[in-house]
Design a protein around this ligand. Structure first.
Ligand code: CA
Length: 641
């Protein structure tokens, strides 16, 4: 049947898809309008030969199948046997919220039994505006997989929650380090159940980023201490969330609804063949380059995404979501998602990649891509403008950007500094701003993808000394932390994280999605080795948090208060006048000099205090200066107030 016809005839808007547990009975409802027959199989465990009973389900409203089992089923597992066109397949419930090992059977779980102590008091962090957030992107394993972390529960959710840990140098590690650095949110790489790591073989210590989703509303089992009992990972992840919230840090989850790990034998396909994906003439479309693309424009897929996200936000008190290849989703879906999630948590942060890996099988004006950002005002997007403008293009590794020696990048930097909005003094004669407000621009120069920032400098600037590259690194970070928008960094950037390559022809790893822990882990000895850089990042973050003028949420305020100065080549300088009560200085003056040489810059008259210079950053006054012509050292930032 045609998908539009299915949506018209069978769209089911009930809240009870999946299993709904009570002590007296559990109900099961699955949407399978193309099925001739559906049976419910109840198992004692999440794997192995332990079938307790098979009961047939009754056809019910809007193409759903229903069964009420009047027993206490807590702790048991189940699957559905779905028969379509004479063929019967045993599948996971796509609405499963807990599962056994490797996500092969759903678990019937009373979620109330999974709450850690004081969970009722646990709350997402409060945030006045998205631009107050400072995001730290982290893989669950990376924080603790290296011995130098001093963390006991290595590679697990519990490792995220471990406080009081130190490296052999006596410096804080783990969550204490994150708190000390001052970021407001951690963004965790995919936590939903993914397929590339065999959960029955923890001894293999296999690593994967997790962009290979199998069960969207179930936690990944390999991050728990016991993947066989579905309640354990739920409790342990809640422990991690509580620990972050106690430290005043929000938790953002990376979600990958745009494609599934498997295609023809995915649980979507086994349940309703052909419905959940975009197809053309029987062929799976593939804008993800992973074999398929899901169809958020089909109403039950849209509902699936909304229901799944609401579950995560409510059950785990999450603070935000990051959408992988968001341009595969349509703008209407993203707006519905934003509306529903803001109802659950008014402080939630939503952002995504405003692109896809290939052409999306949707009219362009409907895709949630960067240039359609204005159609999705509550959702932010990664700014590839600032990423490539500051340190050079992400795919052309040898190519430098503003801080590492490419001339003529001033306009790119100005566009980044205003948070990618329309501003009469920024990006003159170029593309208009894609963001309505800076709240829509996620500013970053490092993430799990591609080279680390430090490795990028090694490749783009092999002739420059390590000291010069450190200067470039500090200037790059100063731009990110003073620009309008939402700053975002890869964990470890603050201690010059590096990922060596295991391939003979490459020195650095630009795609470590399945590389071992030895490549991906944070090496805590680097905190001591690059302590000056670490202190600089910490100071930048403290300064940003102290100054509302750097965190304006309204494009109009930015146009009114942020103005650029006339300066020499390869320099960008601007002033921001006090926009509101969140700023205690009358005026800030910010200068980025990317020339190797010192330059003279004319700044407004008056008495200025220095807060950030080439080697130091923070909230303390480092020096005093008179307005007029001042000298700015080569490859450095200068921030005055
Ligand atoms: Ca898994």
């Amino acid at each position: 049947m045609d998908v539009n016809k299915m949506d018209e005839l069978y769209y089911y808007d009930g809240k009870d898809l999946g299993c709904t547990y009570t002590k007296e009975y559990t109900t099961f409802r699955v949407w399978a309008p193309t099925a001739e027959k559906v049976a419910l199989c109840i198992y004692e465990k999440g794997n192995g030969d332990c079938l307790l009973e098979t009961v047939s389900m009754e056809p019910d409203v809007k193409g759903t199948w229903y069964k009420k089992v009047e027993k206490d089923l807590q702790g048991l597992y189940y699957t559905y046997k779905v028969s379509v066109e004479g063929e019967t397949k045993e599948t996971m419930d796509i609405y499963a919220k807990a599962a056994g090992v490797n996500g092969e059977r759903a678990m019937i779980l009373d979620f109330k039994t999974t709450n850690p102590v004081d969970w009722e008091k646990d709350k997402p962090v409060s945030l006045e505006k998205n631009t107050d957030a400072i995001i730290y992107e982290l893989h669950v394993r990376d924080l603790s997989s290296d011995e130098s972390s001093g963390i006991k529960n290595r590679c697990t959710f519990l490792g995220l929650a471990e406080t009081g840990t130190k490296s052999s140098d006596g410096l804080t590690t783990g969550i204490d380090h994150i708190k000390e650095l001052g970021v407001t949110h951690v963004h965790l790489l995919p936590l939903h159940d993914f397929g590339s790591v065999d959960e029955t073989k923890p001894e293999d210590n296999k690593f994967n980023w997790g962009y290979d989703p199998v069960n969207y509303s179930v936690l990944e089992g390999s991050y728990s201490t016991d993947p066989y009992h579905g309640e354990v990972r739920v409790r342990e992840f809640k422990e991690a969330v509580t620990a972050f919230h106690k430290a005043g840090i929000g938790v953002i989850m990376d979600v990958v609804y745009n494609h599934t790990y498997r295609t023809k034998d995915s649980y979507f396909e086994m349940t309703v063949p052909g419905y959940y994906y975009r197809m053309k003439a029987g062929k799976f479309q593939d804008a993800s380059h992973c074999g398929n693309e899901t169809a958020s424009d089909h109403l039950m897929m849209r509902k699936f995404m909304v229901d799944s996200l609401c579950h995560w936000a409510k059950e785990y008190h999450l603070d935000g979501f990051r959408f992988d290849l968001m341009a595969i989703h349509d703008v209407d879906t993203m707006n519905v998602i934003a509306k529903e999630l803001y109802k659950i948590n008014p402080n939630i942060i939503l952002y995504g990649e405003g692109w896809a890996a290939d052409t999306v099988a949707l009219p362009e004006e409907k895709t949630a891509k960067k240039t359609n950002a204005k159609k999705i005002p509550k959702v932010a997007m990664f700014s590839d403008n600032i990423r490539d403008g500051v340190k050079g293009h992400v795919f052309y590794e040898e190519q430098p950007g503003f801080v590492n020696g490419k001339p003529g990048m001033e306009e790119e930097i100005k566009f980044a500094v205003v948070g990618a909005i329309d501003h009469p003094e920024a990006a003159k004669g170029k593309e208009p701003g894609w963001a309505i407000h800076p709240t829509q621009s996620v500013n970053y120069i490092s993430a799990h993808d591609d080279l680390t920032l430090w490795d990028k400098f090694a490749i783009s600037n092999p002739k420059d000394s390590v000291e010069t590259r450190k200067d470039m690194n500090r200037l790059a970070a100063a731009i990110i932390y003073t620009a309008q928008g939402i700053p975002f960094m890869q964990a470890g950037e603050e201690m010059l994280r590096t990922k060596p390559s295991l391939e003979p022809d490459r020195e650095y790893n630009n795609d470590s999605y399945n590389s071992p822990d030895s490549i991906n882990s944070i090496k805590w000895r680097q905190k001591k080795e690059f302590f000056t850089e670490y202190q600089y990042y910490k100071g930048l973050i403290a300064f940003r948090k102290a100054h509302g003028a750097l965190r304006m949420a309204d494009g109009e305020l930015v146009r009114e208060h942020l103005h650029f100065l006339d300066v020499p080549k390869n320099v960008v300088a601007y002033t921001i006048s006090k926009p509101d009560e969140t700023e205690n200085l009358e005026k800030l003056c910010i200068i980025y000099n990317s020339n190797q040489e010192e330059v003279e810059v004319n700044i407004p008259e008056g008495d200025w205090n220095v807060y950030i210079n080439k080697t130091q950053a923070g909230t303390k006054i480092l020096d005093k200066m008179q307005g007029g012509t001042i000298k700015v050292p080569g490859i450095s930032a200068l921030v005055l107030g």
